[in-house]
Design a protein around this ligand. Structure first.
Ligand code: ZN
Length: 270
C-alpha cells in the first residue's frame, strides 16, 4: 500500500475521564469523536466501548449502538477490539464480531499488561480467526512481542487468515515489549510477504512511533487509548489534535494519507 493509514484509538479500556476530561465514553460521544477523527484525516477507528460509569464493556448492544451512530455520520473504517479489557472472557471479547464491523484486532499471544495480563492461547487465536472469517471481518494482528508474529504463521499455515495481512506492533506496554528502532526492524524482518504494519507506540513512545512508521514504511496509530499527552505534561484536547499532527507529519514526509475508501479497496472490505 503506497498511502499511510492513520488509525485512531479514541477511547481504549483503561484511560479515564479523570486523566483525560474529553475522553469519549458514551456511544454518542464516541460517534461524535469518530466523526471528528474522520474529518481530521483518520482512516480507521479502533473501537472500545464503555458502560455509563466509564468501566470497559464488550456488550454487543453498546457496540451495536456505537457502530450504528458512527456509520450514520461517516464511512470511516471501523475496527473493534477483541482484546477487550483485563479480566474479560474470550467469549465476551469475540461476541461483538457478529455485528460485522469492517475489521477487528486479533491479539497474537498472551501478554503482560502492567501488573495484569491478557490471555491469548493458540486455541483462542484460532477461534477468533474463524469467527472473523465467518463474518468477513479483517483482522489486525496485534503483536506485543516478536514471538506473536511467529505465532501468526500458524494461523496462516492453517488458512485461517488471508493476505494481505495487517499487523500491529504494540510497543511500550509496561512489562511487555519496549520501543526501539532495532526492535521494529527485527519485527519487520519476520513479517510474511504481503504484510502491512502499523506501529502503535504507547505512552512516551507515541511520537517516536509515528516517525518510525514513516521511516520504515509502516502505518500510524494515535489516540487516547495509547497516550493522552500531546506534549510533555499537556493532555491533548481531543483525539483529532493527535490526528492533525500525524497528517502534517505524513505530508512533510511527502506521503499521502489513505482515505477510508483506500483502506476498503486495499483489504477488500465491504
Ligand atoms: Zn484497543
Amino acid at each position: 500500500m503506497n498511502k499511510i493509514m492513520i488509525t485512531c484509538a479514541i477511547t481504549g479500556a483503561e484511560t479515564t475521564k479523570q486523566q483525560c476530561p474529553n475522553l469519549p465514553v458514551t456511544p454518542e460521544e464516541i460517534a461524535e469523536e469518530s466523526y471528528k477523527a474522520y474529518q481530521a484525516g483518520a482512516s480507521i477507528i479502533h473501537l472500545h466501548v464503555r458502560n455509563n460509569d466509564g468501566s470497559p464493556t464488550s456488550s454487543v448492544d453498546v457496540f451495536k449502538k456505537a457502530i450504528e451512530l458512527i456509520r450514520k455520520k461517516c464511512d470511516i473504517v471501523i475496527e473493534i477490539t477483541t482484546g477487550g479489557a483485563v479480566g474479560m472472557t474470550p467469549e465476551e471479547r469475540i461476541a461483538p464480531v457478529s455485528l460485522e464491523p469492517d475489521m477487528a484486532s486479533l491479539d497474537c499471544g498472551t501478554v503482560n499488561f502492567g501488573n495484569d495480563y491478557i490471555v491469548n492461547t493458540l486455541p483462542i487465536m484460532k477461534q477468533f480467526a474463524v469467527e472473523m472469517d465467518k463474518y468477513k471481518v479483517k483482522p489486525t494482528l496485534e503483536c506485543f512481542d516478536l514471538s506473536h508474529i511467529l505465532s501468526s504463521y500458524i494461523l496462516i499455515k492453517e488458512g485461517l487468515i488471508k493476505p494481505p495481512y495487517h499487523y500491529g506492533f504494540v510497543m511500550n506496554v509496561p512489562a511487555a515489549m519496549g520501543f526501539s528502532h532495532k526492535l521494529i526492524s527485527d519485527m519487520i524482518s519476520q513479517l510474511p510477504s504481503e504484510s502491512e504494519f502499523t506501529v502503535m507506540g504507547i505512552g512516551r513512545a507515541h511520537l517516536p512511533a509515528i516517525f518510525s512508521a514513516l521511516a520504515f514504511g509502516g502505518h500510524i496509530r494515535v489516540g487516547y487509548e495509547d497516550n493522552i499527552y500531546y506534549s510533555k505534561g499537556v493532555v491533548a484536547k481531543s483525539n483529532a489534535e493527535f490526528i492533525e499532527r500525524a497528517v502534517r507529519l505524513v505530508k512533510e514526509a511527502q506521503k499521502e494519507v489513505a482515505t477510508p475508501q483506500d483502506v476498503r479497496k486495499f483489504f477488500g472490505l465491504r
